[in-house]
Ligand binder design. Structure first.
Ligand SMILES: Nc1ncnc2c1ncn2[C@@H]1O[C@H](COP(=O)(O)OP(=O)(O)OP(=O)(O)O)[C@@H](O)[C@H]1O
Ligand SMILES: [Mg+2]
Length: 239
């Protein structure tokens, strides 16, 4: 497998100091890469960096082998890197349909937009079923699905998901993770950040444990999940 996205020795943070320290990470094309780690480890910071919301102080980011360091968030979006953020990001007083359409605001081709809309409705029937309802009337899990749908409107080459399971009950959690697996099986490369290490790594072709902005361990998802030390440190119990 070849690397679609590479972080090469990245040091980055905010005004208060560095959060990521010489971080090197790669996301294989066609796979699911999952980053796990405790609160504050820098997981969302990696994703903000990938989306161009923050810039590295040292090191660089490559996509398809080409540097994207310093590109604006909009340029990165247009390259096909689309993120579903950790916090809720839909417009609650607008309808499901309006929110999903907004994902395609950079598309000028109307026919293409309608084709994408049909594909998204086939993938997530709830988008068609509830299209005229305000997003505020949907459950947290349903809103997460609408966020996925909105992201897929841009037919991303890399779909970036920040803690998609947050706040979901166990049943909805399973539904959402099944959808992530389905999107990957349909050929979509996914970079996933998860607090729930068991679910995230269980799904992942490549797993990365982040601690204090550094890679503590990486390997196959199953390999990382089966590592006893990591189990004790991050999963709360031996696995
Ligand atoms: N906008 C910001 N300005 C300043 N510091 C920030 C900002 N966002 C995050 N940080 C700091 O960067 C560090 C890493 O935060 P980050 O959000 O990347 O963690 P995380 O691994 O995603 O945690 P969580 O699991 O809680 O989402 C934390 O110490 C946090 O306080
Ligand atoms: Mg986070």
């Amino acid at each position: 497998m070849s690397a679609l996205l590479e972080l090469d020795g990245v040091t980055a943070g905010y005004g208060g100091g560095d959060v990521l320290h010489e971080l090197t990470l790669s996301v294989d094309e066609g796979g699911i890469t999952c980053v796990v780690g405790p609160n504050g480890a820098g997981k969302s910071t990696i994703l903000r960096l990938v989306s161009g919301l923050i810039k590295p102080r040292l090191g660089g980011v490559r996509f398809h082998g080409e540097s994207i360091t310093g590109l604006t968030p909009r340029q990165i979006l247009q390259l096909g890197i689309v993120q579903v953020p950790q916090e809720r990001s839909l417009f609650p007083t607008m309808t499901v349909w309006e929110n999903v359409r907004m994902g395609a605001y950079t598309l000028s081709d109307r026919a293409l937009m309608e084709r994408r809309m049909r594909t998204v409705c086939e993938t997530f029937p709830i988008v068609a079923e509830r299209r005229h309802e305000r997003v505020a009337a949907l459950s947290g899990g349903q809103q997460k699905i609408v966020e996925f749908a909105r992201a897929l409107m841009l037919d991303p080459k890399l779909l970036v998901l920040d803690e998609p399971s947050m706040g979901l009950d166990p049943k909805t959690h399973t539904v959402v993770f099944d959808l992530i697996r389905d999107m990957n099986r349909a050929g979509r490369t996914i970079l996933l950040v998860e607090q729930n290490a068991r679910s995230g790594l269980g799904l992942a072709s490549h797993g990365v444990v982040l601690e204090s902005g550094r890679v503590r361990l990486e390997g196959t998802g199953a390999g990382v999940l089966g590592n006893g030390e990591i189990g004790r440190l991050f999963l709360g119990a031996p696995v």
